[in-house]
Design a protein around this ligand. Structure first.
Ligand SMILES: [Zn+2]
Length: 183
């Protein structure tokens, strides 16, 4: 013992010998007594808030990306669209000259799937009596078409009126290119 008769204790952090009245260890700068407990509690609270903030951020990001994906990425349901009937027709051209006629394919189709379909894109190929391709175009029709709904369609070549006599448009082929469930 030194002359000043200081009663010492051991620092719980560094095991150094310190004055028992010390509030902070002079060797390792750790807080002592209730300050030590407070300090520990503060550290625990800071960690807990950091971790919960991170967890919440991850959860929110996951939910938002799922929402975003649902809205922006369209699932293609083209296998769900069944063409029930289709035929070549000649319709007046409302855009240009009323006497001019445009080629159209009119028919009915069905959404045989279990999802709602927002729009369907068809590709149309039209051949003459020798099977030679005389026109090709794509056209979209807009729903929504509910699951199992039947709907009529008119697909027309909006780009131009007939180039050839009507008798040149003999047979046609219809392909469903897209059936999207988002706008
Ligand atoms: Zn210490």
């Amino acid at each position: 013992m030194v002359a000043s008769d200081v009663i010492t204790k051991q620092c719980p952090s560094c095991c150094g010998e310190i004055d028992c009245r010390a509030k902070k260890c002079p060797h390792c700068l750790s807080y002592l007594g209730f300050r030590r407990q407070l300090y520990r509690l503060a550290v625990v609270l800071i960690w807990a808030s950091c971790i919960s903030f991170l967890v919440c951020t991850v959860i929110a990001a996951t939910l938002m990306s799922r929402e975003f994906r649902d809205r922006s990425v369209s699932v293609d349901h083209l296998a769900d669209i069944e063409v029930l009937s289709s035929a070549i027709a000649f319709v007046p051209d409302n855009y240009q000259d009323c006497k001019a006629r445009r080629l159209a394919i009119v028919g009915r189709a069905r959404n045989k799937g279990t999802s709602r379909v927002q729009y369907v894109t068809f590709r149309v190929e039209v051949m003459n009596r020798n099977g030679k391709l005389v026109d090709v175009f794509s056209n979209q029709i807009y729903g929504p078409f509910a699951a199992n709904e039947q709907f009529g369609f008119e697909l027309s070549n909006t780009l131009h009126t007939l180039d050839l006599p009507e008798s040149e448009y003999v047979s046609h082929k219809l392909v469903v290119q897209q059936a999207q469930n988002a706008e």
